[in-house]
Design a protein around this ligand. Structure first.
Ligand code: SAM
Length: 275
């Protein structure tokens, strides 16, 4: 069957990289694992061979018969024919507490899928994900560079992230144009910096990175209403009251998580005093 580009189908071929990925996960016997996008089963087969219990979520109806043929007789295998963006990950192994997720993700939806996985972090202990290398660069970026942005802040607010290794285009069929990287994300027990309003912290971050080339002050002014600041808010006062004080002429990419948290707290407090 011809792989479908619109579903991000670049299948791993050969044993080397699937083995490296599954060795990095190193599932225990009977360990429940959720796999997103099993495709032709390159990772599924190795996870099952190590004794894991695998529930795989595959959107493409045409791949389902092949997966049933390969693994249908294995009592540790279950298949959900559906869209991972609609799945409640916490209901797959409801008795198990936290489970691990493994995926060679379809790159066309990697950001919304990451957001969804993070939203379900309370029942996920670890994610081992293959992504486009550029996306992993953004996830693990330090403040100050062009890769640092909303995705960096979102992931590092909720997870510890580490790049495991790169995977060259030649490891897939069809051969993609980009290099891939495997990243490991471990949800933190508590967000990396303390804030009283996590939604405000995230919408502030989204607002500040809306136009990367603009200053913090200008992005804040453009997004003031969404942050509950009102169009007449004294932004310099809000900025200077944030922790050590933040210069509004800077760009958002220079703000650490701690800076963003201080600013979110300043906006939160302002909301409290305005009430
Ligand atoms: N795991 C296989 C491998 O490594 O060879 C396939 C990986 S391929 C990059 C991505 C897989 O995700 C494809 O099988 C594709 O059909 C599936 N997929 C794409 N969008 C999906 C979605 N929204 N939900 C679940 N699976 C999806």
């Amino acid at each position: 069957m011809r792989p479908k580009r619109r579903l991000g189908q670049n299948f791993l071929v050969g044993a080397g990289y699937p083995e490296r990925i599954v060795a990095a996960v190193s599932p225990g016997a009977d360990e429940p694992i959720i796999e997103i996008g099993p495709g032709e089963g390159a990772l599924t087969a190795l996870l099952l061979a190590r004794g894991a219990r695998v529930t795989a979520i595959e959107i493409d109806d045409h791949l389902i018969p092949g997966l049933h043929r390969l693994f249908g007789n294995n009592p540790r295998f279950a298949l959900v024919n559906g869209d991972a963006l609609d799945i409640d990950f916490c209901r797959i192994f409801p008795q198990e507490g936290k489970v691990r997720v493994v995926a060679n993700l379809p790159y066309y939806i990697s950001t919304p899928l990451l957001q969804r996985l993070i939203a379900h972090r309370h029942c996920i202990s670890e994610m081992t994900l293959m992504l486009q290398r550029e996306v992993v660069d953004r996830i693990i970026a330090d403040p100050g560079g062009r890769d640092y942005g909303y995705l960096t802040v979102l992931v590092s607010f909720y997870c510890e992230a580490s790049r495991l290794f790169d995977v060259p285009p030649g490891a897939f069929r069809p051969v993609p144009k980009v290099t891939s990287s495997v990243v490991r994300l471990r949800p933190l027990a508590n967000p990396a910096v303390a804030v009283r309003d996590e939604d405000l912290f995230l919408s502030l971050t989204r607002t500040l990175f809306a136009q990367r080339r603009k200053t913090i002050h200008n992005n804040l002014r453009a997004g003031a209403a969404a942050l509950g600041l009102g169009t007449t808010a004294d932004l310099p006062a809000v900025l200077s009251s944030a922790g050590a004080g933040i210069d509004g002429h800077r760009r958002a990419e220079t703000l650490s998580l701690r800076d963003l948290a201080s600013l979110a707290e300043a906006i939160h407090q302002r909301g409290q005093t305005d009430e």
